[in-house]
Design a protein around this ligand. Sequence first.
Ligand SMILES: [Cu+2]
Length: 274
Amino acid sequence: MSRPSGLKSTLKKLPGFLFAVIAFLAPAASFAVPAKSRYDHYWLPDANSTYAPKIDGMFNTILWITMTVFVLVELGILYFLFKYRHKPGRKATYTHGNNKLEIAWTIVPAVILVFLAIFSNSLWSEIRDPAKFPKDAPVIRIKPRQFQWDITYPGPDGKFDTPDDINTINQLYLAYNSPIQIKLQAQDVIHSFFVPEFRIKQDAVPGMQTAVWIQPTKMGDFNIACAELCGAQHYRMMGYVHIVTPDSLASWLKSQAPEAPAPAAPAVDTTKAK
Ligand SMILES: [Cu+2]
């Protein structure tokens, strides 16, 4: 067999060489791109609500447990692959298993899962059980529809669907470090209220009210994303949450208050005119 010519051999190696160059340069190029978005980091976004660090704690706990199990299992596979590799003359032996080992690897994961269930359930109810929502926290109503967030503040009377309601579209203003309840109800299809920095994601369903509460712990502007595929322009369904001081929220609400209705014209007493 003759050796391939120099050019042929180079061409054969070219795809592999290009792949290696791209694989090496792609991560480097991504670092070179100027960071414009707050979502440029590779891990979780900042944790900016009272319960966000607790959710992250649970996430990290589960991640460490599953990562440890994953590494141990993969190491075991590699070890046995190597130990029982083919050797001339070696025959397979048949085993019926090991009861002690099987009991151990059933009980240990079961205990871990029960621990995680208890751990996550108490955190879940702290965040999602309406009975545990912060009492006296003001209520805001958000009624998303294709493809926007209709936001209503109840106004000075504290009641919805009254003339002093304050309505905004896609702009949610919340007070720093103050708890707030949000009632959600979709107007058309299912949407999902998602603010990654608060670690809150809740479906808004037509014909049914759902509720969340938040206590923001950082000033600034963050995105509200719709996390439910809700139609052709789902990707554009972006709102903004602005965390401001309680004072500036109060003055903003005041500035947004609808004009007081003009006083009714004085009644004309027609009986005396005659
Ligand atoms: Cu949507």
